[in-house]
Design a protein around this ligand. Sequence first.
Ligand code: 5AD
Ligand code: SF4
Length: 506
Amino acid sequence: MPFQNRSHDFPLHADTSAVDNPDLAKATLNGLIEILLHDNLDFPRLKRVQVDGVFDRKLVHSIQYNRQTMKFFVRTYGCQMNVADSNEMSRHLAARGLVETVDPDDASVMLVNTCTVRQHAEDRAFSEIGRLRRWKAKQSGRKVVVTGCAAERTKEYLEDRFPFVDLVVGAKSIEDFGSMADRLLDRRATDEELDYAVPCVNDKIAAFVTIMRGCNYSCTYCIVPYVRGREIYHSMEQILGEVRDRVREGAREITLLGQTVNSYRSGDSRFADLLRAVAAVDGVDRVRFISPHPYYMTDRVIETMATVPEVCESLHLPVQSGCNTMLKAMARNYTREQYLGLVKKMRHAMPGMTLSTDIIVGFPGETEDDFRQTLSLIEEVQFDWGFVFKYSTREGTPAAKLGSYPEALIEERHQRCLELVDRIALAKRSKLVGTEQDVLVEESSFGRTRTNYKVHINGDVAPIALGEEVRLRIINAQRATLEGELQNGNVTFENFREKDADHARA
Ligand code: 5AD
Ligand code: SF4
């Protein structure tokens, strides 16, 4: 039966006995409760009980902290893994009765989730933390929480330089954030019920699920293994449970997250098994994963991508360099030839796939010739898009002992490499103009193709529901976000399905 989606602009209270189905209730960011009602639910019967969230098919409700108006603001730096961690910490705070706000002036708790992968990212976070001294002084009772990778790497320095920070939680301790938040908020830590009560604040169509933490690799430039530790894997049950939670909240697309996501293992299961299991969850239309390591792109993973319809034919596969000497110095555990072989195999299995990558320029010792090999690899592979990073020395990593090139040289290579990556990306995108693409609508006027191109939907999008898949004709591809047009005004995917069926019969 279709849901009727009603949101209310007053704090709605729900009777847990009447609404004992989690599909029916959903906490929203502003602390109000949005109820998804079945058409036949007798709404006015509901009694006044505060619903804090949904867990395990039961509503978690009605625990008063006198903190109803306390709000928190989260600033996130860094990668998708950090975004997922921020979401997780937000859920913990929401479970403790706090409400997320998008206005820092409105907040009493400020959480800065930091990144340390390159110096630039760390500098930005630190200057933001510096500014929070004044923010905190403006109102009594305000708290500053610093979390993430830079917090792990520089905990003592942070506490020294920013004594007004109330809590520092390193990336290795994110899973303990709940109990730390209890202490910060000075809340009695006895409510067992709340230890597992994680309200749904993540109402995204495309949701992220962390499947593992840490990294067992030791690429010589990378600080991640030091700040996030060795690999630990969530169990299949836990992951599938989270996937179901996200689907219940409205997700149609799941992106599995991990530092080397395809090295996942749990008992006898490997990453390919997990992909299949996630794809089989009811309501999951699309599955993606980031970031895989080339070493673990096994035949079984490729075959699963190619044969399981829900798994999208798009991959972000960091190569870092096209030169074997550099790959060796970086300890990447594959050669240029092996990477190229992998690309060939994947494109054979998934002819329409998109492939993107990460590249580091100016690694210590990279000669002009080495660098040109990276350019030639980019030409050869024809990546659909890519991220080019200037090498940044991270103290404590093996490469830090090798010194570094002058900024001007790194900058010059960065420009040349970016120019090539962008030129190829534009040529690839341009070929899409005039084609029809199935786009999963994530926001009112945005969606994504299966191949992971973001598409702006032109025209009247009002009739399209979020989470619906529509077929669009691509009309412009100058920018990274494509523009697409509905075929016949507001013809929806269902209608196209019919059209397809007619076509098949003809
Ligand atoms: N300098 C520059 N880029 C880096 N990356 C990781 N460490 C560094 C560093 N020290 C890049 C890699 C990785 C991406 C997330 O960040 O390309 O794939
Ligand atoms: Fe930054 Fe890497 Fe940590 Fe992500 S894992 S937040 S990119 S340092």
